[in-house]
Design a binder for this molecule. Structure first.
Ligand code: NAX
Length: 326
């Protein structure tokens, strides 16, 4: 039997974790039948629920699944992990300010970065889903000095997929025929969904939709899609988020489609005028397990302005986090 790939998920008894664990165990990330071990991490109050998740995983009798470890100890959960999904986060409670959210999560993600540094595989790929995802990724990576910051990224793939779906619906095509979509910046309301480079079935998107829609309804629909799902479902996006997390990790590990790219929040090198050093969502191409920011795209004034706004927000988050006594 070939060796079992080690995958860790924090917040594994939560909404997204409950979707993600089963999709991975069924082979959607590594391929059907590829042996894997799930290392599921929760906080103490959710350990009982997590044991229920483990029972259900066993009940699926998945071909790929070799072992399920459930733990509240990061050291045990991250041991030898090659793929890490940092999903668990402190949710924004009633009366809680965004700054309180940042403080609570800065502690969690700094601590997780330290534990990853000690326990995870040196080349582990770490995807941060828990919000505020970009700044959490920055904090986790900064606390893992022996790991390459390029091995950390934050998720904007759900926004990317939502944008592809909106453009596909508008033009009467299937979402898979949309290429070269971009989500710039922060996974927050300031994100900039940009279809100016997109192709639909090989044709330039800007020739198929009017500018007013591209800069108005399209943009706000994607930015507010999470809120619309909450309004309809009574709870936040979970299945689509887990699906996007798998898309993100699969493309990162196995490569993007020829001629296409995806959106990932990665350490900014200042490309396209974004602030350096924050985790900024860019168009990236992946090959051989590594990503590269797509260079040389022509951006107009409207796009540059939007990139500046979302970049300013990330700098403000970074500076708020740097003032915390963690
Ligand atoms: P849930 O509240 O359903 O689940 C979160 C789970 O994390 C809970 O079971 C909780 O016990 C656990 N947890 C909390 N702190 C933990 C810690 N320190 N270590 C381990 N586990 C911990 O939330 P869910 O709907 O699953 O969402 C999880 C996170 O994803 C939230 O922060 C949410 O805002 C974020 N999202 C990010 C998205 C993105 O595109 N980047 C989209 C979806 C989602 O909104």
């Amino acid at each position: 039997m070939s060796q079992s790939t080690q995958l860790a998920i924090t917040g594994a008894a939560g909404q997204i974790g409950y979707q993600l664990a089963f999709r991975i165990a069924s082979g959607q990330l590594l391929g059907y039948g590829q042996p894997l071990t799930l290392r599921l991490i929760e906080i103490a109050p959710a350990m009982k629920a997590l044991r229920g998740v483990a029972m259900e995983l066993a009940d699926c009798a998945f071909e790929s699944l070799r072992e399920v470890i459930t733990t509240e100890r990061l050291e045990e959960g991250f041991r030898g992990a090659e793929y890490v999904f940092l999903v668990g986060a402190k949710p924004r409670g009633p009366g809680m300010e965004r700054s309180d959210l940042l403080t609570e999560n800065a502690r969690i993600f700094s601590r997780q970065g330290q534990a990853l540094n000690e326990q995870a595989d040196d080349r582990a790929k770490v995807l941060v889903v828990g919000n505020p995802a970009n700044t959490n990724a920055l904090l986790a990576a900064s606390n893992a000095p022996d790991m390459n910051p390029r091995n950390f990224s934050a998720m904007t793939r759900l926004d990317h997929n939502r944008a592809c779906a909106q453009l596909a619906a508008r033009t009467g095509h299937h979402a898979r025929s949309v290429e070269r979509m971009i989500i710039w910046g922060n996974h927050s309301a300031t994100q900039y969904p940009d279809l100016s480079q997109a192709l639909v079935d090989g044709r330039t998107a800007t020739a198929l939709v009017d500018e007013e829609w591209a800069r108005g309804e399209f943009l706000t629909t994607v930015q507010q899609r999470g809120a619309s799902v909450i309004q309809a479902r009574g709870t936040s996006s979970a299945a689509s988020a887990a699906s996007a997390a798998i898309d993100h990790m699969r493309d990162w590990a196995h490569g993007t489609r020829d001629g296409d790219w995806v959106s990932m929040a990665v350490p900014s090198d200042g490309s396209y005028g974004a602030p350096e050093g924050v985790y900024f969502s860019y168009p990236v191409r992946c090959a051989d397990g590594a990503w590269e920011i797509v260079q040389g795209l022509e951006l107009d004034e409207f796009s540059r302005d939007k990139i500046r706004i979302t970049g300013d927000e990330l700098v403000a988050e970074r500076s708020a986090a740097s003032q915390l006594d963690l």
